[in-house]
Design a protein around this ligand. Structure first.
Ligand code: NZQ
Ligand code: ZN
Length: 390
């Protein structure tokens, strides 16, 4: 552990098939008006909405509903939510849904009391709320595993007008105050979204793992989490109703992106940056967009990160080291990753998501570039990666 860091995570978690019963106690800590954000209707079809509304009513809360939070929530919808919150004197925002609804709820919570242009301040300039700014508390009842939004301060919002998807990680003030994780609630997630969520988890871990070469406890935790996702994903794609597998997937999702495994690490995040841009152009599920550019990206990263890729092959995929050079081992690890992605049915190209060669300049242009784990990419490199991903 060569880095310096502090660690603080204020989100209280309730996990398990009985976890919703704790919502009632949590609600006691907040005032009477609850803004209830949810998506396009899955929570009504599977009955989770009725269960949550019954608890809210029993607790004597006034419910201000804000349905229609779309997957990859838009700036337009954010503006709508901020207006509703401003008009209704909200005490608590309750997110009922997947990462999109959780992200969106944090975005509303940050923006309600900011008097200037919140899109510009938080998402374009990447600033934090000023010290004295009031923020609304957020709680989540999670219905889909993947993003880790239930225990982090990330908020990804899409400016649909400019085909630009912008992520902002707020400081710990915007982390959910509590999150309720009932794996049974994820059982009705459509297969494609479940698979997208699984790859999102795997890629969150990889984004943090593939950086630096020091011996770091965070990497050992990351390897354990990856092994768990791989094991459970193989079971869940065969039987999506396997509670044990779905509960492990839900739990690894939370730990994959609640900042723990990034401690003391430089981290990468360029698959996400390119993936966000692919997502804005194709409207593909977030995890699919990540999968579609991963192989081309990691082939390049491997050149500079051979020892870590070789370790990935052995410690995550159980590939024997004997008789292999470091490079052969590293390449075998990426091959194993690819085989697993094919096995669980993930897209390996952007063409499968509807992207065409003529979109590449636009996707490249809207990709935000950070100094990555093992690569310092230019826009030309991003365009090459996209071409190789066609
Ligand atoms: O609209 P509803 O009815 O909610 O349906 C959703 C949506 O269509 C459906 N769904 C969710 N739970 C369900 C269900 N359908 C049936 N039964 C259930 N129990 O699944 C679809 C996808 O949901 P969504 O919330 O969009 O998916 P996900 O959790 O993958 O969230 C994606 C968003 O999170 C952002 C992504 O960019 C994207 O905007 N991310 C947030 C991050 C963070 N906060 O740290 C990090 C991630 O890398 C990611 O960027
Ligand atoms: Zn992600």
């Amino acid at each position: 552990m060569l880095g310096n860091f502090s660690y603080y995570n204020p989100t209280k978690l309730y996990f398990g098939d009985e976890s919703l019963k704790f919502l009632k106690d949590e609600l006691k800590g907040y005032g009477p008006v609850v803004m209830l954000n949810y998506g396009s209707g899955s929570v009504k079809r599977n009955g989770i909405y009725d269960q949550v509304v019954a608890i809210l009513k029993e607790a004597g809360k006034t419910i201000v509903e804000n349905p229609g939070v779309m997957t990859n929530p838009t700036l337009e919808k954010l503006r709508e939510g901020v207006k509703i919150a401003r008009e209704n004197n909200i005490d608590l925002i309750l997110a009922l849904g997947g990462g999109s609804v959780c992200d969106y709820s944090k975005a509303v919570a940050a923006s309600v009391f900011y008097e200037g242009d919140y899109w510009d301040k938080f998402w374009l300039k990447q600033e934090q709320p000023d010290a004295g700014q009031k923020l609304l508390p957020v709680g989540c009842v999670l219905t889909m595993a993947g993003t880790g939004s239930e225990m982090n301060a990330g908020t990804v919002i899409t400016d649909a007008e400019h085909t630009f998807k912008a992520g902002h990680v707020f400081d710990s003030r915007l982390m959910p105050k509590f999150s309720i994780l009932n794996p049974k609630f994820t059982m009705t997630v459509p297969d494609n979204q479940m698979k997208a969520g699984i790859y999102d988890i795997m890629n969150h871990i990889m984004e943090q793992y593939f950086s630096d070469f020091d011996d770091n406890t965070s990497d050992y935790i990351a390897e354990g989490l990856m092994r768990s996702v791989i094991t459970s994903s193989r079971i869940a794609v065969k039987n999506s109703q396997d509670y044990e597998a779905r509960s492990n997937i839900m739990w690894t999702a939370t730990w994959a992106l609640n900042t723990l495994i990034g401690l003391g690490k430089k981290e990468d995040w360029m698959v996400h940056m390119i993936g966000h841009s692919v997502g804005a152009w194709t409207h593909a599920p977030h995890g699919y967009a990540l999968a579609s550019v991963s192989m081309a990206y990691y082939q390049r990263a491997l050149e500079n990160g051979l020892p870590k890729f070789a370790r990935f092959a052995h410690n995550v995929w159980d590939i024997p080291t004997e008789g292999k050079t470091e490079r052969e081992l590293a390449e075998a690890g990426l091959e194993a990753l690819k085989d697993w992605m094919l096995e669980i049915g993930l897209p390996l190209t952007i063409s499968e998501l509807g992207a065409t060669a003529d979109m590449i300049p636009g996707i490249t242009d809207t990709t935000v570039i950070y100094p990555a784990g093992y690569l310092d990419l230019t826009k030309e490199d991003v365009a090459e990666i996209l071409k190789e991903s066609l």
